[in-house]
Ligand binder design. Structure first.
Ligand code: 5AD
Ligand code: SF4
Length: 466
């Protein structure tokens, strides 16, 4: 059943179809579109929704940014992501000069920042349509508006309490999919801009999530990734309170579903119940992403993470005691204000004790409006660089050591795509999230194989199908 907003948007898709058809007739060819994604899995999922609407309206997708409609779905978690977007926008200008029918859109986290909007108004007037994270579901409506005017359209909402989901989606992979289970974040880690651009936590109704997954499975999906900024606090604002472990148990019951992943877990909210459910599950993958950010109690406090180094290590011990072979990955920030070499050594100590299978290591990026941006003692660039290299080499040493443990094992691998370098090889993923290369062809995509791991390449394997 569609809700009233969903029905309204479906009617805009119909209207957009008419507009697109008219343009097709004028131009004597189909209209092309290109959706460019920056940032995280949430954005990747949002881009599937954007493409779903565009295709439903009659656009055909192209790989090139020389298209009739190009939209950038942006990320603003670190400043270098913003800079990349400005650069890429500039590069669209010649295409627009050549093709007067070309329209350009910009959406996602970056547009929720007032300073970005000022800059776009002033220096990027060739961008036709700008909208934010809260009104992405109005995409069809906004496109209709865009084709009715030559003015730049800017529609940014401060927040929303609406959850609008049942609209066309064009999945990148036929056999796996992300599913939004909640939106926003209430944690306000002091370095992070996400709570400001994605708003407060809102969980989707459990039955809607289950129904969406059932439909996906019926459509050939066997692996789902439950998505939220902080999945461990799923359900807190629902009338019928359902916890994240309870949701997982319900998802487990869905016939035909083989693998369940989720992202992201905040360590402070990870419950014993979750560990128990993971331990007893046949479908939840043997991998957890558990962002550490820093191993220093002083820095963790300044970051407002609400756990200590000891809490984190105890949690890791508890998880490993229940699921000994689990892979644990993490996020680490280097260069938070006031961070000294001593703090960095504490982080390296956690890397060695927690034995991470992998870690994304980021240089701290100052985000305007966050508490950390106005903290004293911002660390000089040179010092951050040195510390970053120390952390990175500790992460890489540990990742190699940990990943080596799979050598010689026969593991279940989901075949995902053709290898980019060698067309005779396919790439797949273990439950642990480790990548495996093996001989094969495209007919194997989306299927599971038992693969013997025969060659270790540092962070991935080559194997033979048994
Ligand atoms: N600077 C650097 N890294 C950041 N992250 C979030 N905000 C910042 C920032 N201001 C990282 C955190 C988070 C990941 C998604 O991005 O490690 O877990
Ligand atoms: Fe940002 Fe912290 Fe929320 Fe993650 S938990 S999105 S790091 S504020």
């Amino acid at each position: 059943m569609l809700n009233s907003e969903e029905l309204l948007q479906v009617s805009y898709v119909e209207k957009l179809k008419e507009i697109v058809k008219k343009k097709e007739n004028e131009m004597g060819r189909k209209l092309t579109c290109n959706v460019v994604t920056f940032g995280c899995q949430m954005n990747a999922r949002d881009s599937e929704k954007l493409l779903g609407i565009l295709k439903a309206a009659g656009f055909s997708e192209t790989e090139s940014e020389d298209a009739d409609f190009v939209i950038f779905n942006t990320c603003t978690v670190r400043d270098n992501a913003n800079q990349r977007v400005y650069g890429r926008l500039g590069a669209l200008k010649p295409y627009k000069k050549k093709n007067p029918n070309m329209k350009i859109g910009l959406c996602g986290c970056m547009t929720q920042e007032p300073s970005v909007i000022e800059k776009l108004k002033k220096s990027y007037s060739f961008v036709d349509l700008i909208f934010g994270t809260h009104n992405i579901f109005c995409f069809a409506e906004l496109l209709c508006k865009m084709y009715e005017t030559d003015e730049q359209i800017i529609e940014i909402w401060e927040s929303t309490d609406k959850i609008v989901e049942n609209l066309p989606v064009d999945r990148k992979y036929s056999f796996k999919s992300g599913i939004n289970i909640m939106f926003g974040c209430n944690n306000f880690c002091t370095y992070c801009i996400v709570p400001y651009v994605r708003g407060r936590e809102r969980s989707r109704e459990t039955f809607e999530i289950i129904e969406e997954i059932r439909n996906l499975v019926a459509d050939g999906v066997s692996e789902v990734m439950l998505l939220g900024q902080n999945v461990n606090s799923y359900g807190k604002n629902l009338e019928n309170k359902v916890t994240f472990p309870e949701l997982l148990k319900m998802v487990e019951e869905i016939d035909g579903l083989e693998r369940i992943r989720f992202m992201t877990s905040h360590p402070k909210d990870l419950s014993d119940d979750l560990i128990e459910v993971m331990k007893n599950s046949k479908k939840i993958c043997t991998h957890i992403h558990l962002p550490l950010q820093s191993g220093s109690d002083r820095i963790l406090k300044a970051m407002n993470r609400r756990y200590t180094k000891e809490d984190y290590l105890k949690l890791v011990d508890k998880i490993r005691a229940a699921i000994p072979d689990i892979s644990i990955t993490t996020d680490i920030i280097v260069g938070f204000p006031g961070e000294t070499r001593e703090d960095v050594l504490e982080t390296i100590d956690v890397i060695n004790k927690a034995r991470f299978d992998n870690a994304f290591t980021f240089v701290y990026s100052k985000r305007t409006g966050t508490p950390a941006a106005s903290m004293p003692d911002q660390v000089p660039e040179e010092e951050v660089k040195e510390n970053f290299n120390l952390v990175l080499s500790a992460v890489q040493d540990m990742a190699r050591k940990r990943t080596e443990r799979f050598m010689g094992r026969t593991v279940k691998v989901l075949c995902e795509e053709k290898n980019e370098q060698d067309p005779s090889m396919m790439d797949g993923r273990m439950s642990h999230n480790t990548v495996v290369h093996f001989k094969g062809d495209e007919s194997m995509i989306g299927k599971y194989f038992d693969v013997k791991l025969t060659e270790f390449h540092g962070f991935y394997y080559t194997g033979e199908i048994i």
